[in-house]
Design a protein around this ligand. Sequence first.
Ligand SMILES: Cc1cc2nc3c(=O)[nH]c(=O)nc-3n(C[C@H](O)[C@H](O)[C@H](O)COP(=O)(O)OP(=O)(O)OC[C@H]3O[C@@H](n4cnc5c(N)ncnc54)[C@H](O)[C@@H]3O)c2cc1C
Length: 541
Amino acid sequence: MKQGFDTDFLVLGSGVAGLYLALQLAELGSVTVITKARPDDANTSWAQGGVASVLSANDSFESHIADTLEAGAGLCDPQAVRVLVTEGPGHVRKLMELGARFAQDEAGHLELGREGGHSQNRIVHADDLTGLEIERVLLQAVQERGIRLLDQHVVVELITRYHVQDELPKDVAECYGAYVYDRETWEIFIIRARSTILATGGAGQVYLHNTNPEVATGDGVALAYRAGARIANMEFYQFHPTALYNPDSKVPFLISEALRGFGGRLLDDTEQEFMARYDERRELAPRDIVARAIDSELKRRAVDHVWLDVRHKDREELMSHFPNIFAHCLDLGIDISKDLIPVVPAAHYMCGGVQTDLSGATNSKRLFAIGEVACSGVHGGNRLASNSLLEGLVFANRVAEYLRSEPPPAISALPRAREWNKDGLTNAEEWILVRHNYEEIKKIMWDYVGIVRSNLRLLRARSRIQLLNREIQDFYKRTRIQNKILELRNLGLVARLILESALMRTESRGLHFSTDYPENRNPSREDSILRRDPGHNLQEE
Ligand SMILES: Cc1cc2nc3c(=O)[nH]c(=O)nc-3n(C[C@H](O)[C@H](O)[C@H](O)COP(=O)(O)OP(=O)(O)OC[C@H]3O[C@@H](n4cnc5c(N)ncnc54)[C@H](O)[C@@H]3O)c2cc1C
């Protein structure tokens, strides 16, 4: 049996949010970072476009705030947006102090790009590999400071009052650490912590077509929900308008929005431009509008993809600004300076998540959430491009500041957790069931809970997801734990939460578009909140 241990701060996830937080918490006590695959297996490493931040004299906080609020469709928390925008630039500079190499012009000023929905050039970037550069410097800094990072370790469950040896009232949501699964030894052990911080990223894998890495299975939302935390606005899943259409590959590849900011045009199958028919901002309209426009073209013309055209741009400029996209497409035989790029929309970013306040705190005591897993109020009904890396930095710092000013109770005050019960569990013999259920969830979500929704489709999806979740729960109870089973269980719950939230919203707003309520006739301007009934049997989730 692997020995558990105690730590002051338990950070779950090693993307921008988790790593940036770990660096700051190291000054306050012992820190342990848990991450379920390789340290850099995270959405962060895949981010291309950049970080939105007010760093030019021509720009202003008010302009970035206004753009963010407009994209958010009336559901942003204006205070959270102000925090994001005004505190952001300091953290971008901090990344540069840590060694991040962002693109600069010849005079040594940051080269600021433009993306859809932004009224100014304000995207700090490292060519088209911005996320990888951020992940690189943060991982290096974490290693240099000797912070404990356990990779290939998966959080199975947060430790709550249901899991402790002492009898405590169950109606209070509180977190004491996590049960963690070691993928190499197959053991589950206990890490107790004074504070636990979810930085587990998004859930793109819940959709058949998505731009996310394999690790993005919504674990954090599922863990938090089961632990009694409030989950908000899950119906707002952002679809990126332009993922590369490549039916031969299972690994998704994004064609960055920055390419449209650079002058790229969208064409239909007859090579005619179409965006002007949908929005006067054309290719630079916010993502939901561009994604819906493409979706509508695909359905109208019964085709599998549309085209992105950058053939009118200079080849060398394309190669120097977008080396990653250029090389990736060339490998597939597409020379983007001469050929059209086939693109489709794909699930990209989870705007909802674990509801937090401005310090990243959830309604569960000692539990925080930051980055994509959190619903901090900055995105509302739709995220403005490149605001998410920024959110990870700003709210990681806010959690650290909060814990600095309000130190959590000592480890000695934590209750003892019961060992994970493995009795009666057998090895999975029928992996085909796991794979099949996994693929079925993704397909149902894509077909019925995608870019354009209706009550009929949502209800149909709900009955199918309910059935699948019953099967998954049964399988989970009698099978020895492995990462894929944990992911499947979480994915099923996240699918359910997206569906329940979508059914609660009887209007079209932001990313949620329903043909039953095509307009905001019934504006609610309220978050859709889901919370597990505290008296409900945990085993049933
Ligand atoms: C292709 C692509 C391009 C993007 N481009 C941009 C962009 O240009 N600008 C921008 O602002 N945003 C962009 N985004 C979004 C942005 O990358 C993410 O929102 C952001 O990186 C999320 O950071 P995070 O730290 O919250 O989570 P992540 O970076 O996703 O990290 C989550 C971590 O949690 C770990 N984890 C998950 N579950 C568990 C578990 N059960 N146990 C242990 N560990 C777990 C994962 O392994 C991972 O290490 C892009 C996203 C993608 C996919």
